[in-house]
Design a protein around this ligand. Structure first.
Ligand code: FAD
Ligand code: N01
Length: 533
């Protein structure tokens, strides 16, 4: 990396599932690529989110790579929803199996990358003070990788340890005998608090907005089920591309409003008993029609009332927002912890947090003394990690300026004015509204095919045409507006980060998206401007 005259084919930023597979695909073409990763190892999300209870919410048999039939046949998941450590071991296995480690540099952050138009190269600045020149830069920086630290007075001066779920200590944290305050009630809090509750002397959960959570009913995988699925794994994966979220949620193509109330009740009960995200796929209109959504919300409310003994508390735990407009959570005994004397809910709607005062989280005039604070406050999602890098394109324009009013990217893959820079699961692609591993593979393969095409056709550079990009961004919003998704303050909209422009970022609908990507290629990269050497 010290040799400033040497240029490589590609720099890949990030060693999560996206960066790992990107390196594999580029090496298959004989290209020289290097992954730069801020962490000390691979795995991305599964490297950083080591909080107690962290696991996937898409069944493991689907939340895994499919590019290698041998890999998917040989790898054995132990549980329906794998733990963080098992997923991390899987990521490490893939890197070892395909001999990728020597193409990765760890403990190194990409601070900046500037396009050099005269050379058609990117100069990539690392926090080590070194730089790399490369023809392509691929942002495999993750949709949920920049932790969101809340802007609470006194947080920096807290006299007790403060942990963020998205940057959890590798050695773990033992809360035994501690009074713990957890801020946030999203998926990370819902997964971690039942375990923290088992250790802590007292646990106070600070809730700004309640969330919908469905029981996971996690279990060891049945060997017969695994054998049967593996006997048709390739076909199964192929079928899943036709499903709205790119995952098998046992989708039912029926409206909630075309069946009787009794039938609906039975269907909801049956889905609840199965558990997991598939609950939302019981009817085809729960995320598109508020009347249908209301029927599911009513059912949900009745379940929380059963799970939480105190009716007034149960009431506080039921959201008033549409079900699904924030990502649904999946839990193991979350609501039941509120039946324990040492666990309490602090409703921030009644009294917001005013400050952290030494060892206390202060709401109004009340001091909640704690021994540890857990920030389960989520991420600067979709754009945070990319915007953290000083990226300058063709005319020296910064990405921060270009995206100030919201991200603009054609197909979520690339952005006009920034040639030869690709985004894996960027804004405007299904990404977080899909099973992310297949979506990552689809993007990596699209990018890798594009680079191969450019090389075989002597193309110098590629970037979206601004008109195609604008039309795509408008389309992303049009589609979102047909659904309940824009209907609450979610991170899909950037609403969780103070000062962030509110724009709906992911694309809703895997099958039409993949079809569009394929059509663009078939039409000679329609909507992209290619220059020739
Ligand atoms: P990441 O895994 O986020 O990796 C990005 C990497 O880039 C990170 O390691 C980061 O350190 C590195 N990086 C970023 N910026 C820089 C920089 N400037 N310089 C150097 N390195 C940088 N999705 C699902 O589909 N199903 C699930 O069940 C699921 N569960 C999840 C659970 C949790 C707790 C979280 C937080 C997310 C979950 N997700 C899930 C989403 C998950 O992020 C994706 O599934 C997937 O792991 C993303 O992989 P990635 O490689 O794109 O990004
Ligand atoms: O983050 P979140 P997360 N004061 O943004 C609250 C994936 N994931 O880490 O809703 C007080 O959902 C905030 O309140 P509000 C999954 O895609 C998956 O939990 O903004 N509270 C909210 O309650 C998920 O959606 C799993 O009003 C503040 C919480 O913090 C995504 O990652 C597990 C606050 C943040 O919830 C993010 O999940 C974990 C403040 N200043 C993560 N700021 C699986 O189960 C924020 N909050 C697979």
């Amino acid at each position: 990396m010290n040799d400033s005259t040497k240029s490589i084919d590609a720099v890949i930023v990030g060693a999560g599932f996206a960066g790992i597979y990107m390196l594999y695909k580029l090496r298959q073409q004989g290209l020289e690529a290097r992954v730069i990763e801020a962490g000390s190892g691979v795995g991305g999300t599964w490297y950083w989110n080591r909080y107690p209870g962290a696991r996937c919410d898409i069944p493991s048999m689907q939340y895994s790579y499919q590019f290698s039939e041998d890999l998917q046949q040989e790898w054995e998941w132990s549980e329906k929803y794998a733990t963080q450590s098992e997923i991390l071991t899987y990521a490490e296995h893939v890197v070892e199996r395909f001999g990728l480690a020597d193409g990765m540099t760890f403990n190194t952050r990409v601070d900046a990358t500037h396009y050099l138009p005269d050379q058609d190269q990117w100069r990539v600045e690392l926090d080590s003070g070194e730089h790399i020149q490369a023809r392509f830069v691929i942002m495999a920086t993750g949709c949920l990788s920049k932790p969101n630290y809340p802007n609470i007075d006194g947080l920096d001066a807290a006299t007790v340890p403060v942990y963020h779920t998205g940057n959890w200590p590798h050695e773990g944290v033992d809360f035994t005998g501690k009074n713990v305050g957890v801020i946030g009630t999203g998926s990370s809090a819902i997964q971690s608090t039942p375990i923290i509750a088992k250790q802590a002397t007292s646990l106070k959960i600070f809730q700004r907005t309640p969330n919908y959570s469905i029981p996971a009913y996690n279990e060891a995988l049945d060997p017969d089920y695994v054998r049967e699925l593996k006997s048709r794994y390739r076909e199964y994966r192929q079928e899943n591309w036709q499903r709205g979220f790119g995952a098998d949620f046992d989708d039912n193509d029926q409206s909630a409003l075309e069946v009787s109330a009794d039938e609906r009740q039975q269907a909801y009960e049956a889905r609840w008993a199965k558990g997991g995200l598939a609950f939302l796929a019981v009817y085809n209109d729960l995320v598109f029609d508020m009347k249908a959504n209301d029927t599911a919300r009513e059912f949900f409310k009745s379940k929380i009332t059963q799970r939480v003994d105190d009716p007034a508390l149960a009431e506080k735990l039921v959201p008033s927002t549409p079900m699904g407009c924030k990502r649904l959570c999946v839990d193991t005994d979350y609501y039941e912890i509120y039946n324990q004397d040492h666990v309490s809910l602090i409703d921030l709607n009644e009294t917001p947090i005013t400050r952290i005062d030494g060892n206390a989280i202060v709401t109004g005039d009340v001091r909640h003394d704690v021994d540890a604070i857990v920030l389960a406050t989520g991420f600067d999602a979709m754009t945070g990690a990319v915007m953290n890098i000083d990226i300058r394109g063709q005319q020296g324009q910064t990405l921060q300026d270009k995206w100030a009013a919201g991200p603009k990217a054609y197909l979520g893959l690339a952005t006009a004015g920034f040639p030869n820079l690709f985004l894996v699961t960027g804004p405007g692609s299904p990404s977080v509204l899909s099973n992310m591993l297949p979506s990552i593979e689809q993007h990596v393969e699209w990018i890798s095919d594009c680079i191969a095409y450019m090389n075989s056709h002597q193309h110098r550079s590629i970037e979206p045409e601004p008109s195609a990009e604008d039309a795509w961004v408008a389309h992303v919003n049009e589609v979102a507006d047909t659904s309940v998704y824009p209907g609450c303050n979610s991170w899909y909209l950037g609403a969780n980060v103070e000062g962030k422009t509110r724009v709906f970022m992911p694309y809703l609908g895997v099958p039409p998206y993949v079809e569009k990507c394929n059509e663009v290629v078939a039409a000679g990269y329609e909507g992209f401007a290619l220059t020739t050497r």
